[in-house]
Design a protein around this ligand. Structure first.
Ligand SMILES: [Zn+2]
Ligand SMILES: [Zn+2]
Length: 404
């Protein structure tokens, strides 16, 4: 259990996570970390099995605590089909069929992978009431310690409440070898936190929404840590991988402390996830979460900058003003990192902003602009600004082989 006393109205925050192991060769410690379990059901996909799963399987087997293994075809999207497969394979029938008996469930589910497998397994863990943990294979998103999972259900993407990981095991060697698009996705998911916290502050002041300044501060520090580390990612510098992984995990922890993704997801996620949903609705494989969120972040930044220039609401101006230096930092980060964008078409881009407002029931700057009758005007104008200032090429041009 990770806990902290707090000065906010909640007074205390805690999550059931027992251990977070981020180290070189962390995988070798898996059996020792999970020694209190006896029937561990391990889930990987074809890729993550190769990079980490095979070794984890060996270790658990020789410790005598492995029940069985499921390897999903890659890429294993976090969709209803895969949740169903994991659920169907989770239990093992007893040797003798007994109509009165339940199947023999595992006592632990271990995901080997990153965002998709983690979300798939945590949903099954939540529904079956069995603890789960993850051996993370890429620092690609902040969901390892999170409390919610966005899952694809038919042509919809729905955010479900799910279990929180009991154990998070990040082997830095394995993570340093992760495909570069996944590393960029981790950066994209993280840079949006400035926007998320600003939205949260705005909602606190306008709607009296619950706000915890200690959680907000932790998220902002984790973000600064990731921004700083992102320069070393292309060279796959171990200390950069470590700082990014720890920053992402801390962000997830804050989501769990808060009990909702409020501290880590605002305008940038609402827009980015709307673009993801638009792909899903058209039957396409959605783009990497963090890449969409990164583009959504630059969108949100330009919305805030414009509002800062135009607004006569002094309190709003003051709130936004606090974040302008962070936004400038992200702009210079983008000049060196060239985070690729996925949505380059004006109509789709604008739709993402307009629909993004209602992606979920969460007050953001999009709702504020809608209420003052300016959302459409902003959405159209911001497209030009973002493409002119922050666009350095599309994801497809840069990574033509990715899930092609
Ligand atoms: Zn608090
Ligand atoms: Zn995210």
């Amino acid at each position: 259990m990770i806990e902290m006393d707090c000065t906010c109205v909640q007074k205390h925050h805690c999550i059931p996570t027992e251990r977070i192991e981020v180290s070189e060769h962390a995988i070798e410690k898996t059996a020792e970390i999970l020694k209190n379990y006896h029937r561990i059901f391990m889930v990987a996909d074809e890729n993550t099995y190769e990079v980490a799963g095979r070794r984890v399987e060996e270790l658990l087997k020789s410790a005598g605590i492995l029940s069985h293994v499921l390897i999903l075809p890659a890429p294993a999207l976090p969709n209803a089909e895969n949740v169903g497969k994991v659920l169907m394979e989770a239990g093992r029938d007893r040797d003798v069929y007994d109509i009165q008996a339940w199947s023999l469930n595992p006592d632990y589910i271990l995901a080997v992978g990153s965002g998709s497998l983690n979300d798939t397994c945590r949903m099954v863990s939540y529904r079956l009431g069995i603890p789960y943990g993850v051996v993370g294979t890429a620092p690609s998103m902040d969901g390892y310690a999170s409390v919610v999972a966005p899952l694809l259900n038919g042509r919809k993407k729905i955010v479900y409440n799910c279990s929180i990981a009991r154990h998070i095991i990040i082997d830095l060697q394995v993570n340093a070898e992760a495909p570069y698009p996944l590393l960029l996705s981790g950066v994209g998911d993280m840079i949006g936190k400035y926007v998320a916290i600003l939205d949260w502050e705005i909602s606190r002041d306008r709607n009296g929404e619950y706000y915890c300044e200690n959680i907000a501060e932790m998220v902002l520090q984790a973000t600064a840590q990731c921004v700083e580390a992102s320069k070393g990612l292309e060279k796959r510098d171990i200390s950069a991988i470590r700082a990014t992984s720890e920053g992402l995990i801390l962000s997830g922890e804050c989501i769990a402390f808060c009990g909702s993704s409020r501290p880590a997801s605002g305008t940038e996620h609402m827009i980015g996830q709307t673009w993801e949903v638009m792909d899903v609705e058209e039957g396409k494989v959605p783009n990497l979460h963090g890449i969409e969120v990164g583009e959504g972040t630059f969108t949100a930044i330009e919305i805030f900058r414009r509002l800062y220039r135009e607004t006569e609401d002094l309190h709003m101006k003051e709130l936004i003003g606090k974040y302008l230096p962070a936004f400038d930092k992200l702009e210079s980060l983008q000049k060196s990192l060239h985070l690729p964008f996925t949505v380059t078409d004006r109509e789709r881009y604008v739709q993402g902003i307009l629909r993004g407002r209602t992606f979920r029931d969460r007050y953001t700057i999009l709702q504020y602009l809608y209420d003052i009758g300016k959302l459409e005007e902003y959405a159209n104008a911001i497209y030009d600004t973002v493409m002119e200032k922050h666009y350095y090429g599309s994801f497809r041009e840069r990574f033509p082989e990715w899930r092609a």
